[in-house]
Design a protein around this ligand. Structure first.
Ligand code: B1M
Length: 228
């Protein structure tokens, strides 16, 4: 347990390793302290996120897949990850960047994974996008309602399951039926997706991670709207 360890005396490499272990064990309080310690050493919020939290979550994912961890343990790890993200959120979001566009984002129907999607939302906010985060298990009707309400430049959809990723096509087909597909940039992401899938369902682009989502969104805004 990191309780017994003085993290302020620990070399950064070891601190990051401890962070991954504590994430694995679902120790939210320790994660918060370690995130703060990393920041106090001058690491950027993005570095702390990727080298500590996201790296730790990858190990959790591998052991979940291999039957070493089960849902309750993964939920604890997710809770710890969210506690760490809560510290980073204002730092990632408040860059003072001028508003360059808007986005509606959600995890598609049937899917409750939200860590990656929330990370994308945070990073997009930090890059100057106004983000309307619809949460998890979002139906085509909810996506359409939000699009009509907020008139976003970008629709972002997330899916982490092979069984829910096809729902993205349902949403894109609905945009076509409504005659608004051409008005909105559709970006998709999530671990089981790839570029070929994005192309096949008629999305504008697949985004491997949150940083790529930001780059891609900016690129499309520049091409389509002449901003960013
Ligand atoms: Co789930 N789960 N899970 N799970 N879970 C996966 C996805 C899985 C790969 C684990 C495994 O087997 N290795 C597997 C899916 C297999 C498949 O379909 N191919 C799986 C499974 C099977 C399940 C259940 C079915 C388990 C069960 O009940 N038997 C169940 C399904 C529930 C449901 O959704 N209906 C389930 C449940 C859960 C928990 C609730 C326990 C928990 C979710 C908690 C939460 O999110 N609040 C959970 C977790 C945590 C995971 C893993 C371990 C981690 C996901 C994560 O948060 N990663 C995951 C294993 C894995 O992915 N390695 C797994 C960290 C996050 C930062 O990365 O989400 O990939 P990621 O997001 C990245 C990019 O993908 C991208 O940018 C993000 C940031 O860089 N991105 C986007 C994501 N969305 C984007 C949207 C964009 C752009 C980029 O829009 C523009």
């Amino acid at each position: 347990m990191s309780d017994e360890i003085d993290i302020t005396q620990m070399p950064t490499e070891e601190l990051l390793e401890l962070m991954m272990e504590d994430l694995y064990d679902g120790y939210a309080d320790e994660i918060v302290a370690e995130v703060k310690e990393c920041l106090s050493r001058g690491m950027t919020p993005y570095e702390v996120l990727t080298k500590g939290l996201v790296a730790g979550m990858e190990i959790v994912g591998d052991d979940f897949r291999d039957g070493i961890l089960f849902v309750p343990e993964v939920l604890m790890a997710a809770k710890a990850m969210k506690a760490g993200m809560a510290v980073l959120r204002p730092l990632l979001a408040e860059t003072g960047a001028p508003k360059i566009g808007s986005m509606v984002i959600g995890t598609v129907k049937g899917d409750i994974h939200d860590i990656g999607k929330n990370l994308v939302a945070m990073m997009m906010e930090g890059a100057g996008f106004e983000v309307h985060n619809l949460g998890i298990n979002v139906s085509v009707e909810q996506f359409l309602e939000a699009i009509y309400e907020h008139k976003p430049d970008i629709l972002g959809m997330s899916a982490l399951l092979t069984t829910t990723m096809p729902y993205m096509r349902v949403v894109i087909d609905a945009l076509k039926e409504e005659g608004i597909r051409g008005d909105i940039i559709v970006l998709v992401g999530g671990a089981p997706l790839n570029e070929a899938f994005a192309e096949d369902i008629g999305a504008d682009a697949y985004c491997r991670d949150a940083a790529v989502a930001v780059e891609t969104a900016k690129k499309f805004m520049q091409i389509r709207k002449g901003v960013a």
